[in-house]
Ligand binder design. Structure first.
Ligand code: HAM
Length: 418
């Protein structure tokens, strides 16, 4: 038997309603915030991500699905959306200085990671990006958007972790101090952190390895290196969140795994998830546009992992009730009856009802059983009598009452489908 690729998942009919449930929330909440949908291709030139996300990151170094196409060009299945969206905004000239441009997206992404619960090689993200403003108010807006989605999905028990990476010059100062501190203890760090030390020392801060955690405890603190601009930006973000009653926790070691961030970074965590407890994250990225050849355009955004949101909903029993197969099941048996039953089914479908017919030419009894199983609210029975008299018998499956009406009256019949 040919199996699906490890770390990929079929989305089965029994699960699809859960996806629609979230997708409808993504669409409607984004709309209330005035964000517009933008869809980029599934693959891009590799440099979009290597330049955008950063050469020193795990995503670029270890996790990208990169291949040469038949023309010899290096292409990559998108591991995230932000760099691709920025490429598209530059190419399509969608950003105007001085006016915030707001976009959202939903779709599949690809990372070569070790599959486990909540970690896939093809996963889905919903995300939103607010472009062309460096104001802390826009950081707050995207956090509010993320919060509204989580709340609308019914999730109340979660944590918003917040930190600031400061501006580039503050971070450069801090980087020097951190490298100096870590170099002295290099031997005691994990192998991963030793190799990250010079390229991406901030990542050592959020390492999960016990050896690193011990050393990081006494490392210099990033916020102590902030200049006025860095301090002001973050103070406005936190005080606005306070005023709005948004709960958050300052997490001084939160640095995130992508290189493009500066100032505000944040992550959403849920205890309903296992080891992969982060179901979303984002932050400000002011240099990505220039990195990808565009005009300096400050921006901020975030993305949720949709499979992780679904895991939370499942764990907390918040998934919507499963939909029935149909509203009306037509039970029809007898010679030449199919034309009559198909005609009726089609007319009812055209009026917006969900109608199923038996396609296996089974007995009346077997069809009745199928109707029961389908969850239909009404069964329409068509036998020889109905065919000869041009009528149908409608059975209410709730109270088992039946009426026989003329075919002509069917369009006036009120099917009460809750
Ligand atoms: P990220 O933290 O790499 O950020 O991914 C966002 C979310 O995608 C994660 O919190 C997680 O829920 C989900 N995710 C990531 N990798 C996997 C995986 N292998 N399997 C399942 N779920 C996964 C970004 O991608 C940034 N582009 C977010 C952003 C937007 N920053 C600014 N704008």
């Amino acid at each position: 038997m040919i199996q699906a690729i490890r770390g990929t998942k079929d989305i089965l009919p029994s699960e699809i309603e859960n996806w629609y449930f979230l997708e409808n929330i993504f669409r409607s909440v984004s709309d209330t915030f005035g964000y517009k949908e933008l869809k980029t291709p599934i693959f891009e030139k590799t440099e979009v991500f290597s330049r955008g996300i950063g050469d020193g990151t795990d995503i670029v170094n270890k996790e990208m699905y990169t291949f040469d196409d038949r023309g010899g060009e290096s292409l990559t299945l998108r591991p995230e959306a932000t760099a691709a969206l920025v490429r598209s905004v530059i190419q399509n000239k969608l950003a105007n200085a001085g006016t915030a441009q707001k976009f959202w997206y939903f779709g599949p992404f690809f990372r070569y990671e070790r599959p486990q619960k909540g970690r896939l090689r093809q996963f889905h993200q919903y995300g939103a990006e607010c472009l062309a403003t460096d104001k802390p108010e826009s950081d707050v807006e995207v956090i509010l958007l993320a919060n509204s989605i989580i709340k609308k999905a019914g999730i109340s028990d979660y944590k918003l972790l917040l930190n600031s990476l400061g501006n580039d010059s503050s971070r450069a100062e801090y980087r020097k101090a951190l490298i100096e501190y870590l170099e002295n203890k290099k031997e005691q760090l994990s192998e991963d952190s030793q190799s990250r030390l010079q390229i991406n020392p901030l990542r050592v801060l959020d390492s999960k390895d016990k050896r690193d955690i011990d050393i990081v405890k006494d490392a210099p603190i990033l916020s102590n290196y902030f200049d006025e601009e860095s301090k002001n930006h973050f103070t406005i973000v936190t005080s606005m969140l306070d005023n709005l009653g948004v709960q958050y926790e300052i997490s001084p070691k939160l640095v995130r795994g992508l290189d493009y961030y500066s100032h505000t970074v944040f992550e959403f965590q849920s205890s309903a998830l296992g080891a992969q407890d982060s179901f979303g994250g984002g932050g400000r990225y002011n240099k990505l546009f220039s990195e990808l050849g565009g005009k300096d355009t400050p921006a901020v955004g975030f993305a949720f992992g949709v499979e992780r949101l679904l895991l939370i909903l499942e764990e907390l029993k918040l998934l919507p009730e499963a939909k029935t197969d149909c509203d009306i099941f037509i039970v029809a048996a007898g010679d030449g009856i199919q034309n009559y039953s198909f005609k009726i089914a089609q007319e009812l479908r055209d009026s917006g009802l969900r109608v199923a017919v038996d396609l296996n030419d089974r007995s009346m009894k077997a069809q009745m059983r199928a109707s029961n199983k389908s969850g239909a609210i009404f069964t329409i029975l068509i036998g020889e009598d109905e065919l000869n008299n041009n009528t149908v018998t409608i059975k209410n499956m709730g109270d088992s009452t039946q009426v026989n009406i003329a075919y002509n009256e069917l369009s006036n019949f009120t099917f009460n489908i809750a």
